[in-house]
Design a protein. Structure first.
Length: 253
């Protein structure tokens, strides 16, 4: 018998605050099939779904079959989101590179559009992964009343209430707050690290960069500096006053 979802206290308040006033550049743009008027609107909706789930979708990451079904109204936006979450791309590039806690955090952010309500909710959803796997977690999130109330079947999930009145700085976007790979895999995959210009941590050039390969004028600085000044002769004239042409042999007729 599977363990039911544990109860947890609500801690994140922003997602539960209703918006007042008109939208601006900081408010999320809502993509819904109810607002689709032409093919370009459908394309924009599909791109928004890829950004929400993958943060960025390369050409090889796209699912042409799912896109075709959505364009022909064979599936809903909710079904399209489910297909992306259960795709091989999501499993191979995200799910297998994170522990259960990290998976829960990012799945709640991407699917429900909010942060988790503390460690209690993280533990509750991680138990669902242990009992039902990724498929069970995806279905539980998409079937939840919270998802249906906020996004329904026709709206692409988005980060809710990023900006609140009275706050100078809103919430950080999820794709910046939660990286795709956790620290363990970032070290294994060799992700680049920040290099500071201080004297203690300044990056040094490798020894191969100092090897002489010829053709560089700097390679001849030592040789040129060793050459003495122009040699002087009696009378104060230099050797440049000699008639070198008279010394050149030539054939007489």
């Amino acid at each position: 018998m599977a363990i039911p979802l544990l109860n947890y206290a609500l801690e994140t308040q922003n997602s539960r605050v209703k918006g007042h006033g008109g939208g601006d550049d900081d408010q999320a743009r809502i993509f819904s099939t109810q607002q689709v008027l032409n093919n370009s609107d459908t394309t924009a909706l599909i791109e928004a779904a890829y950004r929400q789930i993958f943060f960025h979708a390369f050409k090889c990451s796209r699912d042409a079959f799912l896109e075709s079904q959505l364009r022909n109204n064979q599936i809903t936006v909710r079904d399209f989101i489910r297909g992306l979450l259960l795709s091989d791309t999501f499993r191979s590039s995200f799910y297998r590179f994170n522990n259960n806690y990290q998976v829960v955090t990012q799945m709640v952010q991407r699917v429900l559009g909010r942060d988790v309500h503390g460690q209690a909710e993280t533990i509750a959803w991680s138990i669902v992964i242990c009992n039902k796997g990724l498929v069970g977690l995806v279905d539980a999130l998409l079937d939840s009343q919270e998802y249906i109330d906020n996004f329904g079947y026709d709206t692409v999930p988005y980060q809710r209430r990023r900006v609140l009145p009275g706050r100078e700085l809103g919430e950080t976007p999820f794709n910046i707050k939660s990286p795709r790979y956790e620290s363990y895999w970032r070290g294994i995959l060799g992700f680049p690290k920040a290099v500071f210009s201080s004297s203690a941590s300044a990056k040094k050039l490798p020894s191969r960069a100092a090897a002489s390969r010829g053709g560089n004028p700097n390679d001849y600085r030592t040789w040129v500096s060793a050459v003495g000044a122009t040699r002087c002769v009696a009378g104060g004239s230099t050797n440049t006053s000699f008639d070198y042409m008279a010394k050149v042999p030539y054939r007489k007729v």
